[in-house]
Structures are given as C-alpha cells and as structure tokens.
Design a protein around this ligand. Structure first.
Ligand code: 5RP
Length: 222
C-alpha cells in the first residue's frame, strides 16, 4: 500500500469512528494536512448527521466549505466532542509533533476545546523518541532572532521556514537536532520564550486515540 492509501484507510476509519461515537447534531473539530484532507472527504457523506465543523486552518475551512459542510466559529461553540487530525510524529504516550503544515497554533486551540483527540496517521509517523522531524515553533516576526537564540540554548538548530506565513500572520522556526525525551517539559519550556506563540509539541494535551494505518490494517491504540 502507498502512504496515501494508508492515509485514506485511517481517514475512513476516523469517519466511521465519528459516525459511531459522535452524537447527532454536534460539532466536529477538523485538523490540517493531507491526512486531514482525506478525513474531510470521508466525512462529507455524513454531513447531515452533525451541525458543522470547526476548522484548524484556512485550508481546512476551504475544503470543508467545498463539500458544503458548515464551518463554525470556535467562539460560538462550547463543546467539540471529537477533534480529528494528523501528526508528523507520535510516540507511545500519544504525544505528538505537529505543525508540518504550519497550522499548529489553531490546531492546538481546537484540540484544547475538544473532549477527544483522535490522531490519524500512517505507520511511518510512529516513533520511539520524537525529534527527527524538526519541531515547528510559531513566532511573532519581531522576536525571530531572540527566539532562535533561546532555541539554540536548548540544544536545537532553528531554521526559518522560507517564504511561509501562518494563518495568524507569523513565521515558523523549524527546530532540528532535538532529542525529545521530556515532551511535556520541553513544550512548556519553549512556550515560555517571549515571542513564541506556541510550539508543535502536543504533550500537555496529547491524543486520546490513535488510528494508525499499517500494511496489515488500521490499528487502534489508546
Ligand atoms: C499541520 C499538521 C499535520 O497534521 C501534520 O503536518 C501531518 O500532515 P500530513 O497528514 O500531511 O502528513 O500538523 O500543521
């Protein structure tokens, strides 16, 4: 199976999960990226079962709207039973690195409101220790050099993502060479650097459920 076929399989499994577990008439949180895009496509036939979706990026908002799925403002929503999103890396504790698509801040906000975070990814994303994938950090532009210096002190090698502006008007520093043995501690530490909006570690609020696409089928990991 190709990587895209694995992503499609987990996306379908996530749509089945939503159909079976989410009460009719509620709101779904939807992530960003190629796996999330497959999920949106799989969700479209079910759109009459739920009230609408909260999008974690402009790209996701457009794709949802293209399927005729109502996109709601998070400020008008009190409860999101399920948030479905991909990841760049995920460990055994369901801690993740996210933000390869640059949507980490909005993803983290929607995840914070959601009751259950369902992570969907192909088997290549499952790792023992996170850090091979460079950790994205969203930064207020005027703080770029300061934040970069602080990230070097933490042992990282930050590189500005060239020509990229987030949906919030900020830049991304991708931090290479981190070996992330304390994801929760590092997430909190980086978020304390003045000028950081947030970083792509999702450990303070990890996933609750992982649907992992492998050659022999979709595994459910809690
Ligand atoms: C976007 C993300 C994505 O979930 C992550 O990059 C995985 O993307 P893909 O499903 O395309 O592999 O965090 O900001």
């Amino acid at each position: 199976m190709t990587q895209d076929e694995l992503k499609q399989a987990v996306a379908r499994a996530a749509a089945d999960y939503v159909a079976a577990n989410v009460p009719a008439g509620t709101v779904i949180g939807v992530g960003t990226g190629s796996t999330a895009n497959f999920f949106i496509d799989a969700l479209a036939p079910l759109k009459d079962r739920f009230r609408g979706a909260v999008a974690s990026s402009e790209a996701t908002r457009k794709r949802l709207a293209g399927h005729g799925i109502p996109v709601l403002d998070l400020n008008d929503i009190e409860e999101i039973p399920v948030y479905v999103d991909g990841a760049d890396e995920i460990d055994a504790g369901l801690n993740m690195i996210k933000g390869g698509g640059g949507a980490l801040t909005r993803e983290k906000i929607v995840a914070a409101v959601a009751t259950t975070f369902v992570c969907i990814c192909d088997a290549s994303k499952k790792v023992e220790v996170m850090g091979r994938f460079p950790l994205p950090v969203e930064v207020i532009p005027m703080a770029r050099a300061h934040v970069a210096r602080e990230l070097v002190k933490l042992g990282g090698r930050p590189q500005e993502r060239s020509g990229f502006v987030t949906d919030n008007g900020n830049l991304i520093l991708d931090v290479h060479d981190l070996k992330i043995t304390d994801p929760k501690g590092l997430e909190a530490r980086i978020n304390q650097i003045v000028g950081v909006v947030t970083n792509g570690l999702f450990a303070v609020r990890p996933a609750d459920l992982l649907l992992l696409g492998a050659a022999d089928g979709v595994q459910t990991i809690r």
